[in-house]
Design a protein around this ligand. Structure first.
Ligand code: RBF
Length: 334
C-alpha cells in the first residue's frame, strides 16, 4: 500500500513537473482578435507568457462571429487533446466551458470576463464593470454639462452595444447610469443595439442618429464596429468615451477618456499561476480598480488636452474613493 502511494505520488509530481516545464496553451477567441482589444489583449498575455517560458507552446483560434457555432468549435478545440490549459473570455463562455468540461473532465480552463463557481477544472475572473461604468458615466456627465465646445444642454448620452447580455444589463449600463446621475439625476442613456460586433457601417448610421438626437457623447461597446462611431465623431466634432483599451490614438481630438481593462495582465498572471500550480481552479474572482485590473487613463495627453482641469480633479477624486474602498459597488449575480 505504502509503496503504491509513493509510486502514485511520484507519477503525480512527474506529470505536474512535465506540465510546468512544457505547458501547452490553447486560446479560444469567441469572435475575432482584430478590432476587439479584449480578445487581442488576452491572446497577447498568453503569447507573452509562452515567449518567456522555454518549451511552452500556444495555439490561438478565432471562432468567428456565429455564436451558434462556438459550443461545437470549443469542443473540437478541446477534443484535439493538445492543451494543458484552455484560455477564453466573455460572459457567455462559462456556460459553454461547463458543457465542454463534462465531455473532457481532465481539461483545465481559464475563463476571463466571466463568472463560474463550482467546476473544479475552471477558474474564472470577472471585472467589476459597475466601477468601470461609473467612472465612464461620471466623466461623461461632467463633460456633457460643462458647456464646452461640442456639448449641448440636453441630459443625454448615447451608447452603441453589440448585443444585450446579463453583464451589460446588470453591471455596465447600471454603472454608467449611476455615474451620470451622480452629476444630474435627469441624465438618460440612449442605447442602440447593433446586433453584432463588427458592422462599422451600421454603427456609423447609429452614431449619426444619436448625435442628431441630442447625445453629445457616445460610448461604443461594439467590438470592431466602433470604427464607424470614430468616423462619425470626427466628422461631426462630437465625443466618444471608450471602454476596454487605450483608444486615444484613433481620434485624439474626439476621445475624452478610456476606462480600460488590464486583460493582457490578467491573462498572463492567471496562466502563470496555473503553470506554477497556484491558480485556484473551482474559484471565481472579481477584480476591479483596487486590484489594478480596471484603470481610468487619467494621465493620457489627449485626456489632459480635451478635458478641463476642473473636471479632471473631480474624476481623480472618484478614482481615489473607489481605490480606497470609500465608494464600493457590489457585483450582482449575473
Ligand atoms: N466585445 C468585443 O469587444 N468584441 C466582441 O466580439 C465581443 N463579443 C461578445 C460576445 C458575447 C456573446 C458577449 C456576451 C460579449 C461580447 N463582447 C465582445 C463584450 C465583452 O465581453 C465585454 O463585455 C465588453 O468588451 C466590455 O468590457
Amino acid at each position: 500500500m505504502r509503496r503504491f502511494m509513493i509510486a502514485s505520488l511520484v507519477v503525480i509530481l512527474a506529470s505536474t513537473a512535465l506540465w510546468a516545464q512544457a505547458p501547452r496553451i490553447g486560446v479560444f477567441i469567441p469572435g475575432a482578435r482584430d478590432g476587439s482589444p479584449i480578445y487581442d489583449n488576452m491572446a497577447k498575455g498568453a503569447e507573452r507568457l509562452v515567449s518567456e517560458t522555454p518549451g511552452a507552446s500556444i495555439k490561438v483560434i478565432e471562432a468567428g462571429f456565429n455564436q451558434a457555432e462556438w459550443q461545437e468549435k470549443l469542443i473540437s478545440f478541446v477534443a484535439s487533446g493538445k492543451f494543458n490549459i484552455v484560455l477564453t473570455s466573455n460572459p457567455s463562455m462559462p456556460e459553454l466551458v461547463n458543457e465542454a468540461s463534462k465531455l473532457f473532465p481532465k481539461q483545465k480552463f481559464i475563463c476571463l470576463d466571466g463568472y463560474l463557481i463550482g467546476n473544479s477544472n475552471v477558474y474564472s475572473a470577472l471585472y467589476n464593470q459597475l466601477e468601470q461604468g461609473y467612472i465612464t458615466g461620471y466623466l461623461s456627465g461632467l463633460v456633457s454639462t460643462s458647456g464646452m465646445k461640442g456639448t449641448n444642454p440636453e441630459k443625454k448620452i448615447g451608447m452603441i452595444i453589440g448585443q444585450n447580455y446579463p453583464a451589460m444589463e446588470k453591471m455596465i449600463i447600471p454603472g454608467i447610469l449611476k455615474g451620470l446621475r451622480a452629476i444630474d439625476p435627469a441624465f438618460q442613456l440612449d442605447i442602440r443595439v447593433l446586433g453584432n460586433w463588427f458592422d462599422a457601417a451600421k454603427a456609423a448610421e447609429l452614431s449619426r442618429s444619436l448625435y442628431a438626437q441630442g447625445a453629445d457623447i457616445i460610448l461604443p461597446i461594439c467590438g470592431s464596429a466602433s470604427q464607424g462611431a470614430v468616423r462619425v465623431a470626427q466628422e461631426t466634432g462630437k465625443y466618444l468615451v471608450f471602454f476596454d483599451d487605450d483608444e486615444f490614438a484613433r481620434a485624439p481630438d474626439n476621445i475624452l477618456g478610456c476606462t480600460i481593462l488590464h486583460q493582457e495582465e490578467l491573462a498572463y498572471r492567471s496562466l502563470k499561476a496555473a503553470i506554477e500550480g497556484k491558480l485556484p481552479f473551482g474559484k471565481a474572482e472579481i477584480v476591479g480598480m483596487k486590484e489594478g485590473y480596471i484603470e481610468f487613463l487619467n494621465k493620457n495627453p489627449s485626456y489632459i488636452k480635451n478635458v478641463p482641469e476642473s473636471i479632471r480633479i473631480k474624476v481623480d477624486a472618484v478614482i481615489q474613493s473607489i481605490k480606497s474602498g470609500q465608494l464600493t459597488f457590489a457585483v450582482p449575480s449575473l
